[in-house]
Design a protein around this ligand. Structure first.
Ligand SMILES: Nc1ncnc2c1ncn2[C@@H]1O[C@H](COP(=O)(O)OP(=O)(O)OP(=O)(O)O)[C@@H](O)[C@H]1O
Length: 213
């Protein structure tokens, strides 16, 4: 369960996010919103990466502000446009994540192989295409033993085969390891692609929730 209370985020004097109360029980969530609606800002708040007013907690009592290390072990985040130090290889980054996040729910190498990452994992990330970089960032978001994985625009730059693989892994982590997902996208989810619990629409800084079924 991810809980948000009294969340406000301003850039300069402009209120970007205003969420008085939100509870996301275990599930898969699909978030939509136009350009500049605040999706990335919202995910950065939920991942504890930027300052904000209010409180975000995972599993009821672990606060992103009071227990930042434990919180970050339980909430993983993949950026829409990931950036890494150019000289590191994919293998360096995977190793770093495995070392800091601990043994994962599953052998991460199977996910890596299904996305074709072994073909380029030993090369420096400066040589990666945008799709390769995206695949690596998604792989890193599956490391450790998170309760919640936040994926910002995971579909952009992925080819159709990789999107299908990603859906398979999301479904598997959710059903077998009870991992929840919050996924942002400009596209509506294709019918039956994922068992989404609710759709979140972000507009004027406010979230509107539509439960499925
Ligand atoms: N570091 C920043 N400084 C000032 N304003 C910012 C900053 N980051 C984001 N904003 C503003 O906050 C608003 C929300 O931006 P955000 O990136 O969260 O939107 P988004 O929904 O992810 O957009 P998109 O779909 O275009 O990626 C925008 O008006 C943006 O200009």
């Amino acid at each position: 369960m991810l809980t948000l209370q009294h969340i406000q985020k301003r850039y300069y004097d402009r209120l970007i996010i205003n969420i008085p109360q939100l509870e996301l029980p275990a599930g898969i969530y699909w978030m939509q919103g136009g350009n500049g609606a605040g999706k990335t800002t919202c995910l950065k708040i939920m991942s504890g990466l930027i300052p904000f007013d209010g409180e975000v907690r995972i599993n009821t009592d672990i606060s992103s502000k009071q227990h930042p290390v434990r919180y970050r072990q339980l909430v993983n985040y993949a950026e829409a446009e990931p950036l890494y130090p150019a000289f590191l290889t994919g293998r360096d980054l995977v190793q770093l994540h495995i070392t800091t996040k601990g043994a994962g729910h599953e052998d991460i190498h199977a996910l890596s192989t299904s996305l074709g990452i072994p073909d380029f994992i030993n090369n420096p990330v400066s040589s990666y295409s945008s799709g390769m970089l995206k695949k690596l960032s998604l792989l890193l978001a599956f490391t450790g033993k998170p309760s919640f994985i936040l994926l910002d625009e995971p579909l952009i730059t992925l080819d159709t085969a990789a999107i299908q693989e990603l859906y398979t892994w999301i479904h598997r982590f959710h059903t077998q390891h009870n991992v929840s997902f919050l996924i942002t996208s400009h596209q509506p989810l294709l019918d039956g692609a994922l068992p989404v619990r609710a759709t979140l629409a972000l507009s004027d800084g406010q979230l509107i929730i539509s439960m499925n079924n």
